[in-house]
Design a protein around this ligand. Structure first.
Ligand code: UDP
Length: 439
């Protein structure tokens, strides 16, 4: 049985993992210090920062390399003790669409290598996040003789399976991911489905893939006073509140959310929907992708039912989760779905789609309800059930916190440091495939 203190395997009672002291993480297209909730900053940024800080707590110093997109950012920023975020020059020091980054990757890799020479640092393991960073890890092999572990976060293969034609991922990404499966020394899948996809459909050797889910900050996301939270946010004390938190991206299923809001619009009492994510302009009006959502809501006659909050800092999210009666996660796909687990950690039930990681984190009828993706009627029904039944809501709320408690960062960092140790010793990470965290 998985235990949070799991130190890795032992032989006759002796630890076999030799400690890794220094690892590099590659995170080219987005920085772990970026503001969350915008188009390219969400779960992966949280994951990289939290994992790095918890690995550092275990004695592994981490350097995270990201592309400089602002000339004012210092080269090195300490993100927590033992973790540095290093901005590397490659292309303009300005935002570049992630689909245009591929040609900049050789420069990025060369400049990472130069940095390591200049600073005299050697890394025992490289951990690449997302396919672009995987390619950098591969290019770094020209300079460093260091094993690398790849985490895709999502694969084009799985994303295209649910994407509308206009949102399909490029052939370049598909081909590169295919090559990275062969090139990486180990792969980390965020949920058992992703592992199955890599092994069964993409023919990855089983001993190369581990399933390690992300974690959740169980000290920040804790249950609290609902009434006080509502007062703080200016929400009505008695009206039902449904909350959405996420990037404004088609994969998040916001179209289903709007359709469901329309179906709920004539309920009595009528729920308020709070939507967090995306950008507000200087006057506080939705803009960019969020502006499109607001216009769609307007044309459906439901704009006054939705409170558009824009992106919020993560440390204020617990207040929102506590104030809500239900958190809605209508995604077409989620590699893990941190928002669902954060909400559950605050003791708030979720209504989520039965896709990707959500199938494993949200136990139907325990911490929330699962519905089919792209089914606004089922989504609206499930939200109505939770809002209309106080007993069900408190039962799900209690189950939710219990479920979320399994995803602690120290437990995740213990598994990942075991992967690093195996790789540094010259093995694949075959012993880490402990799926019991999902049991
Ligand atoms: N988040 C945030 N502020 C926002 C929107 C999102 O802090 O305005 C955080 C949220 O707490 C979660 C992450 O961004 O930790 C989103 O992760 P998730 O796995 O739900 O979605 P992803 O972005 O990976 O698709």
């Amino acid at each position: 049985m998985f235990s949070p203190d799991y130190p890795g395997p032992s032989v006759f009672g002796y630890e076999t993992d030799l400690p890794v002291r220094c690892a590099a993480m590659i995170c080219v297209h987005t920085s772990p210090l970026a503001d969350l909730g915008s188009k390219d900053a969400g779960g992966m940024n949280v994951y990289v920062r939290q994992l790095a800080c918890h690995l550092a707590d275990r004695g592994v110093a981490i350097d995270i390399f990201t592309r400089r997109n602002d000339p004012a950012t210092p080269e090195t920023v300490e993100c927590c003790p033992g973790v540095r975020v290093i901005s590397i020059e490659a292309g303009p020091a300005a935002p570049v669409d992630k689909n245009d980054l591929y040609p900049l990757l050789p420069d990025f890799a060369a400049n990472v290598a130069l940095y390591s020479v200049r600073e005299g640092v050697r890394y025992e393991v490289v951990h690449a996040h997302y396919w672009l960073s995987g390619w950098v890890a591969h290019l770094l092999r020209r300079y460093w003789d260091t094993p690398f572990v790849q985490m895709f976060h999502t694969t084009a293969h799985m994303k295209n399976a649910v994407a509308a034609t206009a949102d399909r991922e490029t052939g370049l990404r598909l081909r590169t991911e295919r090559r990275l499966i062969d090139l990486a020394d180990s792969l980390i899948a965020a949920n058992p489905d992703e592992r199955a996809d890599l092994v069964w459909r993409q023919r990855t050797p089983t001993d190369k893939v581990c399933t390690v889910p992300p974690g959740v900050d169980l000290d920040l996301f804790v249950p609290g006073d609902r009434e006080a939270s509502r007062r703080e946010l200016g929400l009505h004390p008695d009206r039902p509140v449904a909350l959405f938190v996420g990037r404004i991206d088609p994969i998040k299923g916001i179209d289903s959310l709007l359709d469901a809001v329309r179906l709920l619009a004539h309920d009595d009492p009528e729920p308020t929907v709070v939507l967090i994510g995306g950008d507000l302009d200087a006057d506080g009006h939705p803009t960019g992708a969020l502006g499109e959502v607001a216009r769609a809501a307007d044309s459906m006659g439901i704009a006054d039912r939705i409170r558009f909050e824009g992106s919020r800092r993560q440390d204020v999210l617990p207040t929102y989760y506590r104030a809500a009666d239900v958190v809605v996660v209508p995604s077409r796909y989620e590699s893990f779905g941190l928002v669902a687990v954060e909400a559950m950690a605050c003791g708030t039930p979720v209504v989520a789609t039965r896709v990707g990681g959500l199938r494993f984190t949200v136990e139907d009828g325990e911490g929330g309800l699962l519905v089919p993706p792209r089914d606004a009627a089922a989504l609206a029904d499930a939200v109505r059930r939770v809002l209309g039944d106080t007993d069900l809501r408190s039962r799900l709320g209690a189950g939710a916190r219990e479920t979320a408690a399994r995803f602690s960062w120290p437990a995740v960092a213990a598994q990942i440091s075991h992967v690093y140790a195996r790789l540094a010793e010259g093995h694949r990470a075959d012993l880490c495939c402990d799926d019991e965290i999902f049991a």
